[in-house]
Ligand binder design. Structure first.
Ligand SMILES: [Zn+2]
Length: 163
């Protein structure tokens, strides 16, 4: 894949809009079938492999309440999770939740929701997942602002979970 090209899952109603968004940034956009992504992302059940993955959009659930957090990182997931486990990392909403509520985080059920090595498209994927998961610990809606029009597209398309 040459630079300036992204490959995104085809999700009816969302992908067309995303393609226009990418094009406006001068990025060519290809669609790939969802089952390819499912194979790439879901097949490795091995927990170690999950933690080694880079460029992920990840999901952290609280063990004691329905609160969840969605984040993204270009680094291996394990390195990013270590930061969210560090009490001194007070800018993390996860750390703040633990400190304020005295809750435990369900680290065994951290999920990788999506993966993209490209900084820009990973930000878009993160913003989509924050909306989809209705992540309550996210103070903002990710570093990529999705216009409110996406809300109805995403809720209409909830049954088409990518992973
Ligand atoms: Zn909680």
């Amino acid at each position: 894949m040459r630079r300036g090209t992204v490959s995104i899952p085809y999700i009816k109603g969302i992908s067309e809009t995303l393609m226009r968004l990418y094009r406006s940034k001068g990025i060519q956009c290809q669609f790939k079938p969802i089952n390819t992504i499912r194979r790439n992302l879901v097949a490795p059940k091995d927990k170690i492999k999950k933690l080694e993955r880079s460029g992920t959009v990840y999901h952290i659930p609280c063990a004691d309440c329905p609160a969840t957090y969605v984040g993204e990182s270009e680094r291996p997931l394990s390195a990013r999770l270590q930061e969210h486990k560090r009490p001194s990392y007070v800018s993390s909403p996860v750390v703040q939740h633990v400190a304020k509520q005295k809750h435990k985080i369900d680290w065994d059920n951290v999920k990788v929701l999506d993966q993209d090595s490209d900084w820009f498209s990973r930000g878009v994927r993160e913003a989509i997942q924050i909306r989809r998961q209705r992540s309550t610990l996210n103070r903002d809606r990710g570093r990529h602002y999705l216009k409110p029009v996406y809300d109805c597209l995403l809720s209409r398309d909830n049954q088409h979970q990518v992973t």
